[in-house]
Design a binder for this molecule. Structure first.
Ligand code: PMP
Length: 350
């Protein structure tokens, strides 16, 4: 018999947002505009050298990130998108059956997948009634087998950010023997002044690792670059479990250019934030429940009607992301695309 692990039969599949020709895609929390022109130029230049392997050590990009975060380069690990770093974290912390990875649910759908790939046990704690992490309950759910905790702030798909005071209380409660990964994929969209920011906590909490990505605010989801900030012990482990040459030369060049031009690129986030608040308010005015969102999407907790709402939108060529029997996540995009969403949403009989 082919020696494939039988437990892969029960591995949940990652469901990507659908792309339908001619439709407006609000399903994957991408930015609708293409990458910034200097990024496109850097990618094209790097593509001309694609006969060669990329820099194995990702040295220049790492150095630039180190400067940007005022950390030594040894405290940065670049990965092939932050989802791959999530998998590397499981590989770096869990030895196998019995080791536990804890996260809130519902949260980023890759967490249970990478946990199971790592042959570790999934432990989840439900969100609060207002769709936030229940960090006190999560701290209480830690056992002596818990190796890793994912905390997603802002939480995909529900939107709220974790607050600094509750996060610090959580870090203190779980103690140094549990690695806490703060997934900040949507950090650039956060406006809540109480929201946690991981970088300032790194020196005090060596068991904290912060995950960031170029996929969202930097408009580079197709290039696959994410990174972790943490103690040298954690980032060294991440580099050890990273397959050689994972981060392509094109991706490295694009990310370096993006950092050089980050002020102009990130200026676009203010437009998304303005639109997010407009879309949320308009949906609430039309009777939808919309939790506070600190990201570039809003969550509609439609329960059993989630699939029906997504199908209704798709009929009008607006693609949103249903989570069956739970809710629908809608990416906030340009004013025009958001207007299209609001038109179809308000025509849906609640
Ligand atoms: N974390 C969260 C919370 C996300 O929503 C995503 C993307 N959907 C990722 C990580 C992964 O991003 P990437 O692999 O593109 O860096």
């Amino acid at each position: 018999m082919t020696p494939i692990r039988p437990d892969l039969d029960t591995l949940p599949a990652y469901v990507p947002g659908r792309t339908v020709p001619g439709a407006i895609k609000l399903a994957s929390n991408e930015v609708t505009e293409p990458p910034a022109p200097p990024v496109l130029e850097a990618i094209a230049r790097a593509a001309a050298g694609a006969n060669r392997y990329p820099d194995l050590g990702v040295v220049e990009l790492t150095d630039r990130l180190a400067a940007a975060y005022d950390l030594g380069p040894e405290r940065i690990a670049v990965g092939c998108g932050s989802v791959t770093i999530c998998q590397q974290l499981v590989q770096a912390t869990c030895l196998g059956p019995g080791d536990e990875v804890l996260f809130a649910w519902r949260s980023f759908e890759a967490y249970p997948i990478v946990t199971q790939i790592g042959a570790a046990a999934v432990r989840t704690v439900g969100l609060t009634a207002d769709f936030r992490h229940d960090l006190d309950a999560m701290a209480a759910a830690v056992t002596e087998r818990t190796r890793l905790v994912f905390v997603c702030s802002p939480n995909n798909p529900t939107g709220p950010a974790v607050h600094r005071d509750e996060f610090v209380r959580f870090l203190t409660a779980v103690g140094p023997d549990v690695l806490v990964a703060l997934d900040e994929a949507y950090a650039e969209y956060v406006t809540d002044p109480d929201a946690v920011s991981g970088r300032p906590l790194l020196d005090e909490y060596p068991n904290l690792v912060v995950l960031r990505t170029f996929s969202k605010a930097y408009r580079m989801a197709g290039l696959r670059v994410g990174y972790a900030l943490g103690s040298a012990e954690v980032t060294t482990a991440l580099r050890k479990v990273c397959p050689p040459f994972s981060i392509s030369a094109v991706a490295q060049a694009g990310a370096i250019a993006a950092l050089e031009h980050s002020a102009e690129i990130l200026a676009g986030c203010a437009d998304v934030v303005r639109e997010r608040d407009r879309v949320a308010a308009a949906l609430r005015d039309n009777g939808f429940v919309v939790p506070d969102s600190q990201a570039n999407f809003v969550w509609l907790p439609l329960g059993e009607r989630a699939a029906e709402f997504a199908a209704h939108c798709a009929e009008q060529k607006v693609i949103v992301r249903p989570f069956v029997s739970d809710g629908v996540r809608v990416t906030v995009s340009t004013p025009q695309e958001n207007d299209a969403l609001l038109d179809v949403a308000t025509a849906f009989a609640l």
